[in-house]
Design a protein around this ligand. Structure first.
Ligand code: SF4
Length: 682
């Protein structure tokens, strides 16, 4: 424990809460919102409609998240749509003296960005009220010390200036959550835990059949934080506690804010706990200067975004953390300085170089489950959880339920792991939201036949399933991967996989079976990855303007093999990227980039007319070459999600690497059949 925390006084909040300040009602009527911001208190009653479904994108739009300190307090609700207007302006909430903010149903839906409750907190909001509140947003509020409730009767008490019992905010919560609220946030709670002043309820689960994920949780269960003792005989879904992590990583969207928390609350000179197992990445925004809207550049947001890189780099250097950074810019063929991308996208590098079977890995990103391809429990967490893990090396969990997807049989040659996922995502169990927060375990002959790279496409897209994580039990292919990719001695690779399988009578909430032989190449229609269709069900041809082949999901070595295979076939027939189509190939890491050079793929890509660009998230996060520019642009993309606006304003179709390459040649969405690219053109 850092020395500054040993004696740090932390105490529970008073059992009575007094909140002084105004109440802001986020209502449908833009004039009423503007009037409150101008100083008029609203005499709210249920006939005045509150805004439902306020997303974290509305609380803090993505470009606002380039700020990473208290400046965020200038911006809460800047993207809030009320009627046809956007009534909140910079600084108006903070200037209004509000202490509580009230909304309708599903408050805080969407991304898990912690910038949203932090912006509200920095603007003075101490109490968040909603008819219902989304789980991650609520947890982020609790971690920051912002109170939450769905009980509207509190508003009358607030108006009357009454004190409110703290129990109103903790009733019905588990012991750990109650303690976190009472200590005013996760950091204070963890300080008290490390000082031995609060105890985590003991695990009472007896030995039982377990899934592979449950076994990994049990191995990592923190039995005693003070002594560092870990391990439990068994866990079951619903068990609450902490697990020790093997790897913690974050990227430039999150590291700077977590670093500020660390500097302020722990101390600028204090070390991180085991910095050798912490990794930082500069991956999301390296090409932002080529994609940012001119009005945002004029607002100075490009300069602000550059600060994210600087803060992360300096913090990494100060704490001795390995930073996979931005590559040096280099001269291009015209003699101009060209952007040079990233060393690696976080998920790509964690799998390529660090993840080992049986580990617990946390990352500041929803696609952290990528590393489940080699049998890890890997999951995304918020900023406060990452910051706390730098102190404690552990992370709070509630053991999720598991469900199993068995993909049987042998797949056709032109069907890939991406097609498996698009089929799973349109399954009613997943589409209906029942899989949310569960572990998805993939099994069956067709999964066993996949390479580790292809397995990673499936575990990566556990994020689109809404799952807690995705995992595949390690096997002989995993051992081979560890030997060839990592250089591990075979005996060590085999030892690391020992015991990592689900018991035959382990419990799953459901088992979904898919026949691989019956699958055909798929796509997802624009708007949602769950909009899956077989390509031959598409009807009339869909012409494309952009083909994008990259991202953590589709920028691996085997993805490059697939693009190159289709393009080589095309070249043999005299085909190139179709006129009017721009095709971009972007690797997940510098290692994949060098692999392409060694295999001669860079020449294939150049010969066929595709643009081969340096690694980065780029177009996948609307921040690089390959983004659409207007709503009518049509893109076929191998990335993992196609929510509106994800990669520009256009129509974004998802598909496999084979389909993206075949479509680039055809000029319209087209499945690849070995040797039949030419036929698709007739
Ligand atoms: S490539 Fe896309 S999905 Fe992957 S980490 Fe980057 S932004 Fe996220």
């Amino acid at each position: 424990m850092p020395s500054s925390l040993r004696q740090r006084p932390v105490q529970r909040r008073s059992p009575e809460v007094r909140l002084s300040g105004r109440i802001l009602y986020l209502v449908d009527d833009p004039d009423l919102v503007a009037a409150q911001l101008a100083g008029r208190d609203l005499d709210w009653n249920p006939s005045i409609r509150l805004r439902d479904n306020i997303s974290t994108d509305e609380i803090t739009p993505a470009y606002i998240c380039y700020y990473f300190d208290e400046t965020l307090g200038e911006f809460p609700y800047l993207g809030l749509k009320a009627g046809d207007g956007f009534p909140v302006t910079r600084g108006s909430v903070k200037a209004g003296g509000f202490v509580a903010s009230v909304a309708g149903k599903r408050r805080g839906k969407g991304s898990s960005r912690e910038q949203s409750p932090y912006a509200e907190m920095c603007a003075g909001i101490r109490l968040v009220v909603g008819e219902s509140i989304e789980r991650i947003y609520r947890e982020n509020c609790q971690n920051l010390g912002v109170l939450t409730t769905t009980d509207f009767s509190i508003l009358d008490r607030l108006r009357r200036g009454e004190t409110i019992p703290l129990g109103v905010f903790t009733d019905g919560e588990g012991q750990i959550t109650r303690d976190i609220i009472e200590f005013g946030g996760l950091f204070n709670y963890n300080v008290a835990r490390l000082q031995g002043r609060v105890t985590v309820p003991a695990l009472t689960t007896r030995k039982r059949p377990m899934t592979i994920a449950e076994k990994i949780f049990a191995r990592h269960w923190v039995a005693d934080a003070a002594s560092g003792r870990t391990g439990a005989p068994a866990v079951r879904p619903g068990d609450e506690g902490f697990v020790i992590t093997d790897i913690r990583f974050s990227h430039e969207y999150v590291t700077p804010m977590a670093a500020i928390f660390f500097d302020q609350l722990v101390g600028v000179d204090e070390p991180l706990n085991d910095p050798a197992s912490v990794y930082f990445f500069r991956d999301h925004l390296t090409f932002l200067d080529q994609a940012m809207r001119p009005e945002h550049v004029q607002m100075g947001l490009l300069d602000v975004a550059v600060e994210l890189e600087r803060k992360q780099r300096e913090f990494a250097r100060a704490k001795g953390v390995r930073l996979y950074g931005q590559l040096e810019k280099r001269l291009n063929l015209t003699g101009a300085l060209a952007a040079a991308g990233s060393e690696a996208i976080c998920h790509s590098k964690i799998l390529e170089a660090h993840a080992l079977p049986g580990q617990v890995i946390i990352g500041s990103d929803s696609h952290t489950p990528h590393a489940g391809a080699v049998g890890c429990v890997a999951f995304g967490v918020g900023t406060t959880a990452i910051f706390n893990s730098w102190i404690t090396k552990d992370v709070r969990v509630r053991v999720p339920e598991s469900f199993k997807v068995v993909v049987r049989g042998a797949k056709p040659e032109n069907v890939t792991a991406k097609d498996f996922m698009l089929q799973i995502l349109r399954h009613p169990y997943v589409k209906g939201g029942q899989a949310i927060g569960q572990v998805i375990e993939y099994a069956g002959e067709a999964v066993e036949a996949l390479s580790v790279d292809e397995r990673a496409t499936m575990t990566n897209m556990a994020a689109e399933v809404g799952a807690f994580t995705g995992i595949i039990a390690p096997d002989a292919k995993t051992v081979d991967y560890l030997v060839t990719q990592r250089g591990l001695p075979r005996a060590e690779a085999e030892r690391r996989c020992e015991g990592l399988f689900s018991d035959p009578d382990a419990e799953y909430v459901t088992v979904i079976e898919i026949d691989a032989a019956a699958l055909k190449p798929m796509l997802a229609l624009p708007g949602d990855p769950g909009n899956g269709l077989f390509i031959d069900e598409l009807g009339s041809p869909v012409a494309i303007e952009i083909a994008y082949a990259g991202s953590c999901t589709a920028g691996k070595k085997e993805d490059m093999d697939m693009y190159a295979r289709v393009f080589r076939e095309g070249l043999e027939r005299g085909q190139k990227v179709a006129p009017g189509v721009q095709c971009f190939i972007q690797c997940g890491s510098r290692e994949v980039f060098e692999y392409c050079r060694a295999m001669g793929y860079d020449r294939v890509f150049a010969d066929v007319g595709a643009t081969f660009i340096e690694p980065s998230c780029g177009a996948c996060i609307n921040a690089g070459p390959g983004v659409s520019r207007k709503p009518t642009d049509v893109t076929i993309s191998a990335i993992n999600r196609n929510f509106p606006g994800r990669s520009g304003p256009g129509q974004l179709y998802l598909a496999s690497p084979y389909t993206v390459a075949a479509s680039a040649l055809a000029g319209h969405i087209s499945a690849w059949e070995p040797g039949q690219v030419a036929a698709a053109l007739r």
